[in-house]
Design a protein around this ligand. Structure first.
Ligand code: HEM
Length: 338
């Protein structure tokens, strides 16, 4: 698996936000640094303890054997040393992030990493209890906890990002493989339909098959949209609601999805600007409008209306209604539909 892209996409802002929630202050880090030599002097003891803890678990034993006990002990001792000697800067975050990516690569179950951080926390508490006066130990232990929480958060974030990335890559691979055959089948069906008499049932059958291939093409496009949304960081900004809706209606119209449907847009001037990621808003409106138009098709005179109005509760929000006059879902049958 290629992790270059993921390495260059460390979400520092999101991680910084999490760090601020942990309330790990500079004063606390300074206090911990004043006593770091005692922790660092235990790095090899930690590696030994950590190694022994996982050596007798079947799943982790295999991984340790494969990498080599000495290498793993060196890796864990270095991490322990860096934990107490480095600042929590971008460099250190990169290092923690890489751990998560590497753990996905070697297929380490995330529960074992979590167990590892918990064992490391216990080991540090023991150092504090055995080496510091009780009042100092009581001050230092919560700082160590926060530091460990931070490591867990960064490692887990990287682990989840890499796992989602793998799943999306698989999905994209399938979509790419299906795209060509679907396009070829659609093209051939259109060619055959041109030779059929529009009055015959065969012509209608072709029409049905062509619309099914179109559905498949739409599904492939949806997968790409899904990939797009999950692979980028959200960047909110002020957006003109009407412009986004108009652009999406234009796009739907170019794709012949609005044919025969009357669409009305009523945007209140007081609810014309929203804060959101413009790309995500475009996807959102494209798909909800497409859905509304498809639902409206069951009506004699299909109609879709979009209107926006300012809302007081919650404050500074906008309510957007998308109405269609298609068939109303029978609530008693909804569980069958889902
Ligand atoms: C506190 C939890 C853990 C920490 C901080 C940690 C740290 C690390 C680090 C720093 C690396 C090297 C990353 C790189 O390539 O830059 C690594 C890789 C690895 N970790 Fe962990 N680890 C933890 C838990 C575990 C557990 C429980 C296992 C189970 C055996 C494990 C197995 C491995 C293996 C096999 C590698 C790859 C070694 C290689 O490159 O050959 N880790 N880990």
């Amino acid at each position: 698996m290629e992790h270059g892209a993921l390495l260059s996409a460390v979400p520092y802002q999101r991680l910084q936000q999490m760090l601020s929630k942990l309330q790990l202050t500079e004063t606390e880090l300074t206090l911990l640094h004043q006593h770091r030599t005692i922790f660092i002097s235990k790095q090899h003891e930690f590696a030994e303890f950590f190694h022994n803890s996982f050596f007798d678990i079947r799943e982790t034993h295999i991984l340790i054997e494969r990498a080599g006990s000495d290498i793993m002990k060196r890796i864990w001792a270095t991490w322990f040393e860096r934990l107490f000697s480095k600042n929590l800067d971008a460099d250190f975050v990169d290092y923690l992030w890489r751990i998560g990516l590497r753990h996905v690569e070697i297929n380490l179950d995330q529960r074992f990493s979590n167990l590892g951080f918990s064992l490391a926390r216990r080991f540090c508490h023991q150092i504090a209890v055995e080496n510091f006066p009780a009042s100092l130990a009581a001050e230092i232990m919560p700082i160590v906890d926060k530091l460990m929480d931070f490591c867990t958060l960064v490692e887990t974030s990287a682990y989840i990002d890499a796992t989602v990335h793998c799943d999306l890559e698989i999905l994209k691979g399938i979509a790419d493989k299906i795209r060509n055959p679907v396009t070829i089948i659609g093209g051939n069906l259109r060619r055959l339909q041109r030779h059929a008499d529009p009055k015959t049932a065969l012509f209608g059958d072709y029409e049905f098959l062509i619309s099914s291939t179109r559905h498949c093409e739409d599904m492939i496009a949806d997968i790409n949209t899904y990939m797009d949304i999950f692979q980028r960081e959200t960047k909110p900004e002020e957006c003109m609601l009407e412009t986004i809706i108009d652009n999406m209606l234009e796009k739907l119209s170019q794709r012949k999805k609005l044919d025969g449907v009357k669409v009305e847009v009523i945007i209140s001037p007081a609810a014309g600007v929203v804060r959101g990621d413009p790309i995500e808003l475009r996807h959102l409106f494209y798909h909800t409008l497409e859905n509304a138009v498809e639902a409206a098709r069951s009506a004699k005179e299909p109609y879709v209306r979009i209107n926006s109005a300012p809302q007081e509760n919650p404050p500074h929000t906008v309510r957007i209604d998308i109405f269609n006059n298609g068939e109303v879902i029978n609530l008693t049958n909804i569980s069958n539909i889902l």
